[in-house]
Design a protein around this ligand. Sequence first.
Ligand code: MSP
Length: 524
Amino acid sequence: MSSHDTSPFYITTAISYVNGKPHLGHAYEQILTDVMARFQRLDGREVMFLTGTDEHGQKVAKTAETRGMEPQAFCDEISESFRDMTTQLNISNDDFIRTTEERHYKASQAIWTAIKENNPDDIYLGKYDGWYSVRDEAYFAEDELTTAEDGKTKLAPTGAEVEWVEEPCYFFKLSAYGDKLLEYYDANPDFIQPEARRNEIKAFVKRGLQDISISRTTFKWGVPVPNDPDHVMYVWLDALTNYITALGYPDTNDEKYEKFWPANYHVIGKDIIRFHCIYWPAFLMAANLEVPHTVFAHGFINVEGQKMSKSVGNVIAPQDLIDAYGLDQTRYLLMREVSHGNDGNFSHEHAVQRINSDLANGLGNLAQRSLSMIYKNCDGAIPEAGALSDEDQVLLTHAYEKLLPAIRGEANNMRFNRMLELIWRLVIDANGYIDAQAPWGLKKTDPERMKTVLYVLADVIRVLGIAVQSVTPEAGAKILNQLKIAEGERSFANMSKDYALKSGTEIDQPEGVFPRLDTKEEAT
Ligand code: MSP
């Protein structure tokens, strides 16, 4: 087996604004991050996986007001729906952070103080006169704006309306960090992934950075600035700090901080790269803290070819998909259909086809027909294998030796669609093998050979059961349970020949893992 990294692994999602309920885009990010976290755990690493909610700022305060609620009560309600989503999607997060928690006030104020102490000139008092987009919680320069069709309203590049803001505030001297950031990007080519995003950010930094306002004085919903409570911290400085709050910051001797910082992966959407790849490393450098290894920006999920939006009325709640297709099917679909860093499209018709071909007819059918033959024809126990033919050897070598290094190469770069393609090549090969060997025909002509074929199939199914766990954890467990694989023998180290099934092991009566979906009903 090839050697691989076994150091601790820290991965995070963006923390979601609580101004609305979770939708398919949030679900995609959670699942993507979860698959990576599970993969690394299965590959023997100690993982810390963080997600949570971003609760301060003008956008949340305004939404709460519109709903006639106190901001805290409003946040409590919506944050709960994001926490529920992690359960619905079987997300294996180790912590769930809310930025309204005490520990986070402490960490946010501490990073502010650390910047002031380490680089006293980096924070200075001034006045912001300029444009602000509440939807993006972002400042924009005049030359970035366009005018809406009404000829008056100014729009940010994101399409969000901007408003004119005049208020006293503290500035962060971002202008002093351009060269340091460019040096960092060059020395750490993995910092911004995928590559195209990295070029985008580099070009932006090269054009020159302006100082940014890091406090607000026209509303109160935020973390008070240390020693100047008339100001609340700018929501992005507060929000980004969540990644270290969860590790015990400001206590940099905390066991978690020592073990997991700097983070291996911040998984985020393409709309918030600037904050993660420019502001965040600059804040960390100013506070004398280490900068994360990789920010991975994924694309957006569209629905039936259209951007998801409330006005179009095509927003999908994650639970609706789970109800229609099943949990693991939903997870599989999202990971299989979206390629590395690109936007993905969700379509019901395509979903049904994909689930039926890959899951029901592919892996599901392979497991069902092989294991039922064993159950019926081998006294319900794993048969004894005789001498192996070339075909047997080829399939087993694929499973024992070739699959893991191949999928590791893809998974470590967040290419899960390719990882699944590779796993499914083995599914296809195994289904081809069963058709070619036709064990049902061997029952009368050569029962010993039938046993060998069924043994080979059972052990390939065991390896597949292990390999699919990061994407379809319940289905993986179901397959491994049917084969009576012990809990301690389900990690990637167990994919090898050394852990091959023992003949004579009694198996459970096989039950279908992935039911076929009715095309007519589901495609509407
Ligand atoms: N609160 C900020 C992030 C702060 S991180 C320190 C935020 N929140 S958000 O709720 O608007 O978005 C949360 C995540 O969901 C972001 O990474 C965003 O890109 C992602 N997505 C939102 N809509 C999406 C799709 N339609 N598709 C895929 N991901 C999308 O931004």
